[in-house]
Ligand binder design. Structure first.
Ligand SMILES: [Zn+2]
Length: 200
């Protein structure tokens, strides 16, 4: 290939994205370069905006804009009484689009057994979850971790961590296949899993 370090670096970076390898990275890059004004320039600006302005909330783990309070956990009106605990932001998005649940979210950012999480309890925002329950008029915590061993171990760990809060804890049950992930479940499965959640 031609010696263009900018392109080589971009291929390496895009290849790291989920579902993409060097081949599809090259196709994407060519598409962008062939559409400089319509795609490349706005994409570059947009990526820069996201880098500067969007980050994970340090309290609830969801995405928030640096310029505004987090609308998931800094809600002055305390309009919900439930917190749904999920592993990833993509799980929150999947549950939101199913419209089965109205309430706050708490995004762990992984599972207790992720080796990349050095200090798991801190990284998974579990102390922060306890604080939210104590301060937020919360009457139910719904554990919506995946039906994988890691997800269930994490749910058990959180259940144990919350035992002194006296909050009702429930867990998604029927509907989710064993090994099933929230993110990839269809709306029908999620709706059934929420409706049939059981108290712990
Ligand atoms: Zn937040």
């Amino acid at each position: 290939m031609q010696n263009l370090p900018e392109i080589d670096n971009l291929i390496k970076l895009i290849s790291k994205l989920p579902g993409l390898g060097p081949k599809s990275a090259k196709r994407i890059i060519l598409k962008m370069i062939n559409n400089r004004q319509e795609i490349l320039r706005p994409l570059a600006n947009n990526l820069s905006d996201v880098f500067k302005n969007i980050e994970r909330c340090k309290i609830c783990g969801t995405l928030k804009s640096n310029n505004n309070p987090c609308n998931n956990c800094e809600d002055k009106n305390k309009k919900f009484s439930k917190i749904c605990v999920v592993e990833n932001i993509s799980d929150q998005w999947a549950i939101e689009s199913s419209s089965i649940y109205q309430g706050y979210y708490h995004i762990l950012g992984g599972t207790i057994s992720d080796s990349t999480n050095g200090n798991n309890r801190e990284n998974l925002l579990i102390n922060s979850l306890i604080e939210r329950i104590k301060n937020g008029n919360i009457d139910e915590v719904i554990l919506a971790t995946s039906a994988t061993i890691e997800g269930q171990t994490t749910a058990f760990y959180i259940q144990d961590s919350l035992k002194n809060t006296n909050v009702k804890i429930s867990k998604l049950a029927q509907g989710l296949p064993v090994g099933g992930e929230i993110e990839t479940s269809d709306d029908g499965t999620l709706i059934s899993a929420f409706k049939n959640r059981r108290d712990l």
